[in-house]
Design a protein around this ligand. Structure first.
Ligand code: DON
Length: 331
């Protein structure tokens, strides 16, 4: 039972809430042994597989932080949600939906197979690599710096500071990019690349290499949970239609070929990345029983040991546990 929930001014955490989350993080930290850090991008293999942390920020200012919450990590595929939002804002939703479909693939995040096998070569969704590279190709501008400027501007508006680019990760990403280059060439061949291939790939490698923290992910999740509005002051960060579409895609495609299971067992729109981050958005729900965060929250999870689908293994299990305990599912 929740007593005396904090407000934005105090930002306080209820002690009992903290105790629960600390216990759950300690328990699920053992599950990091069931996964492995990503190694196909060499620098990501340097992450500590035992790390696990979570930040939850609620609509009313209540927040909880537990575990390894201070470690910065790169957005990786979580950037696909951000660039999709920015591309929708820059080019319009219908233009984007002409360029990329909204169907789950059931294939690995970097699969090229469906591009070859489907009669229409349109990438299946904006969150697998093919669709994300198409989305990045629609960002206006000639250079990667110009294309990323509105991405950084949106992040700065939401986070209150301008995040940095992790140059080491970017270079490592770039040096191990044969598959993404192959996907890029294939998209060029079938007419689903909207601009210069090299500038697009450079932009893609950089967007994946933007540094964030768990608080940042929770804050972005909170804005999405509120259909694009900052609950603190009512300011619109992105159009409602774009926020809602992004959440639909997070639920159906955000965890790759584990999206169905995640929707079934967790039931929260979420987007993962191979650095081990998960961004989750819990909209306000109507519930008989009062539980923490019934009025909505944003969640950031970090756990670099990944399961076989490329999602944080302990992070996913921790989210499932919390969603079950506090009835966070949107269904
Ligand atoms: O395209 C890549 O390989 C990475 N930079 C991003 C992939 C990623 O995060 C997939 N997520 N699980």
């Amino acid at each position: 039972m929740v007593q005396g929930i904090a407000n934005w001014n105090t930002g306080e955490t209820q002690e009992w809430l903290q105790q629960y989350v600390d216990d759950w993080v300690a328990f699920y930290r053992k599950h990091t042994n069931d996964g492995n850090v990503a190694s196909y991008i060499p620098i990501l293999a340097e992450a500590d597989p035992d790390d696990l942390g979570i930040t939850i920020i609620g609509n009313n200012g209540l927040s909880v932080r537990s575990g390894d919450t201070e470690i910065p990590f790169t957005l990786q595929s979580i950037s696909k949600a951000i660039t999709f939002i920015v591309a929708c804002m820059e080019r319009g939703v219908s233009y984007m939906l002409d360029n990329v479909d909204v169907e789950p693939t059931g294939e690995a995040f970097n699969s090229i197979m469906h591009l070859e096998m489907k009669p229409v070569k349109k990438p299946l969704n904006p969150f697998n690599n093919a669709g994300a590279i198409t989305v990045t190709s629609t960002l206006p501008g000639d250079t990667s710096e110009e294309r990323l400027e509105p991405v950084f501007q949106l992040l700065e508006k939401i986070l209150g500071y301008r995040p940095s680019l992790n140059v080491d990760v970017y270079e490592s990403e770039r040096e191990s990019s044969n598959r993404n280059r192959a996907i890029g060439y294939y998209l060029l061949e079938v007419g689903f690349l909207d601009s210069d291939l090299n500038a697009t790939l450079e932009t893609y490698f950089k967007q994946c290499s933007i540094n964030v923290t768990l608080d940042d992910l929770a804050r972005i999740g909170l804005i999405l949970a509120n259909d694009g509005m900052d609950p603190k002051n009512g300011e619109e960060m992105m159009p409602r239609q774009v926020a809602r579409l992004t959440k639909v895609l997070m639920l159906t495609c955000g965890m790759y070929d584990a999206s169905g299971k995640f929707a079934t067992y967790v039931g929260i729109p979420a987007k993962s990345g191979v650095s081990g981050g998960i961004l989750a958005a819990v909209p306000p729900r109507v519930r008989d029983e009062t539980m923490p965060f019934t009025d909505g929250c944003g969640i950031g999870v970090y756990g670099p040991a990944l399961g076989d689908k490329g999602n944080s293994i302990a992070g996913t299990r921790l989210l499932r546990h919390i969603a079950t305990q506090w009835d966070l599912s949107i269904f």
